[in-house]
Design a protein around this ligand. Structure first.
Ligand SMILES: [Zn+2]
Length: 295
């Protein structure tokens, strides 16, 4: 395994699973202008769920990454303090779960600065990671992340088991091939909607559409397990990033399924690793996701 001599990180041959929890209530609902008491209370439930999730992780000695909007840090200081005190990574997720696609550059700079300040005040360390609210990354966001010295993003889907470098300035002329932009230092730790509890489980009615959700969590976790099993079999030292939301996963039957799933994939020999550790090791030259696995 090619690791730089300076790297203290030794990758796990069978792979890494990075558990992430987007603790984004109630601002997730504010972003959709759903601020009447009922949707706000759905976000509020996230704060009920966080201590449950923390207990479950502590019982298994697992550290994870929590993407927390600044608004949540200010609205639920006690629960956010518990997350930080338990040794989990706290990473950026906007101030009030703003959609980057509608922010002016000035507003986006303010949001990023305020979010960094609040995470740093909570944890005592400058955050190194970012996930765009609703996964909506723009070219402007990439520039803002680079300007603020953020090491990694986790909003894109260009790979599955391999961190990669984010490009800026891609162009897509309609009469010719894609013109790929320059590679930046920003590390991408890709996610996917197929590895996110929200579309599987959350029931939401919008003005013009309905997201049915409410599937059996065992069905969702069977998909997650399939992705982890394939990684362990085919890829050396892969990284699989999984996304949960406390307001979604924190219900009794889903927590039972989460516990069973964590035990199932732990038996496959994967390591549960914080995303900041993966990104730092990648920057140090550690190779992740060698495919096909050398036999
Ligand atoms: Zn979110």
């Amino acid at each position: 395994m090619a690791a730089s001599p300076t790297s203290a990180f030794s990758p796990n041959d069978r792979g890494h699973v990075c558990l992430s929890f987007d603790f984004d209530g109630p601002s997730l609902w504010m972003q959709r202008r759903m601020t009447s008491p009922t949707p706000i209370s759905r976000g509020e439930f996230g704060a009920v769920a966080v201590p449950r999730i923390l207990r479950l992780l502590a019982e298994r000695d697992i550290t994870a990454t929590f993407f927390i909007p600044g608004h949540t840090i200010e609205s639920y200081p006690d629960e956010c303090r518990m997350v930080a005190d338990a040794g989990h990574e706290v990473a950026l997720h906007g101030y009030a779960h703003e959609l980057n696609t509608v922010l002016t550059p000035e507003r986006e700079t303010w949001v990023m600065g305020r979010a960094i300040e609040l995470v740093e005040r909570l944890t005592g360390v400058r955050p190194t990671g970012y996930r765009a609210p609703s996964g909506e990354l723009t070219m402007q966001t990439i520039d803002t992340l680079l300007a603020h010295g953020i090491r990694y993003d986790s909003s894109m889907m260009g790979d599955d088991y391999r961190p990669y470098r984010v490009r800026r300035g891609d162009r897509f002329p309609e009469d010719g091939p894609a013109e790929w932009g320059e590679v930046t230092p920003l590390v991408e730790l890709p996610f996917s909607w197929t590895l996110d509890d929200y579309p599987y489980l959350e029931f939401v009615t919008f003005k013009r559409m309905l997201m049915p959700g409410l599937r059996r969590p065992e069905e969702m976790f069977a998909n997650f397990t399939g992705d982890v099993r394939w990684m362990v079999r085919e890829v050396e030292a892969g990284v699989c990033n999984v996304v949960f939301h406390p307001q979604v996963i924190g219900r009794g039957h889903r927590l039972l399924a989460l516990e069973a799933w964590l035990d199932e994939i732990a038996d496959l020999g994967v390591a549960f690793t914080r995303m900041d550790a993966i990104a730092a090791a990648f920057d140090d030259g550690v190779l992740f996701g060698v495919e096909p696995r050398p036999r």
